[in-house]
Design a protein around this ligand. Structure first.
Ligand SMILES: Cc1cc2nc3c(=O)[nH]c(=O)nc-3n(C[C@H](O)[C@H](O)[C@H](O)COP(=O)(O)O)c2cc1C
Length: 214
């Protein structure tokens, strides 16, 4: 057996803030929106942060946090570099998973679905609203590519600052994806690890609701 770096088994907590008696909405997007508003009201840290998982051609999953920037009735929008690791994985396999965790509410929401590129006009509009430093960064950073050192990144920043002294156009490799859910799980922590788990599976145009064991 290898050495313990930390005895995390001693970190125990109880979950008892709320319960899920039943399905609040027929439409899980409305349910999700309600929980998202609750997360704002309770001042959850980064309520719009979502762990986005993609899968490569060998079936290897990878995860990273991104920000949800728009919540629509059909899904939610995130922005990133289309040539990044996540972008190239999505190109080959549109299936993704998203995970929101709001510690202060003892809630998580698991989402599975597809990522589709959004219209470039919507990406243009959002890009134009970003701070200049982030706009320059989108040009300078070849996201997920190996780089020699920090300096080479900073030199690219300088290069694009000089190239675009005024307005910064949106790089063609940077934009949004709409994450369209097919499956939701709403998880509410409960005492004794007997958590509530309410699920929605898309079947045709409607959603089947069911509960699963914790
Ligand atoms: C709180 C937080 C928010 C982030 N938001 C984004 C985002 O909206 N878009 C993005 O591309 N990366 C975002 N990142 C960086 C990603 O986690 C990740 O490092 C980057 O997208 C590269 O991932 P990839 O190499 O797997 O494609 C965020 C990181 C953190 C910690």
């Amino acid at each position: 057996m290898s050495d313990h770096l930390d005895k995390t088994r001693n970190n125990r907590r109880d979950f008892d803030k709320d319960k899920l008696d039943g399905f609040i909405h027929e439409d899980p997007m409305l349910f999700f929106n309600q929980w998202y508003q609750d997360a704002h009201e309770k001042n959850a840290a980064d309520p719009h942060a979502v762990v986005l998982s993609t899968v490569d051609k060998d079936g290897q999953p990878s995860s990273r946090i991104v920000y949800m920037r728009e919540l629509l009735s059909e899904g939610f929008i995130i922005y990133t570099n289309y040539l990044s690791r996540k972008g190239s994985e999505i190109l080959k396999n549109h299936k993704v998973a998203g995970l929101f965790y709001w510690d202060v509410l003892e809630r998580q929401v698991r989402i599975e679905g597809e990522a589709v590129k959004i219209d470039s006009i919507i990406s243009d509009d959002y890009f134009a609203s970003r701070p200049r430093i982030s706009q320059i960064g989108a040009w300078a950073s070849e996201q997920s590519s190996e780089i020699d050192n920090r300096l080479s990144l900073e030199e690219r920043v300088k290069h694009f600052e000089e190239k675009y002294p005024n307005e910064v156009p949106r790089p063609p490799h940077w934009g949004g994806y709409l994450i369209k859910p097919q499956y939701f799980e709403f998880w509410q922590g409960r005492l004794g690890r007997l958590h509530d788990r309410l699920c929605y599976q898309k079947e045709g145009d409607s959603w089947r609701q069911f509960r699963i064991a914790p």
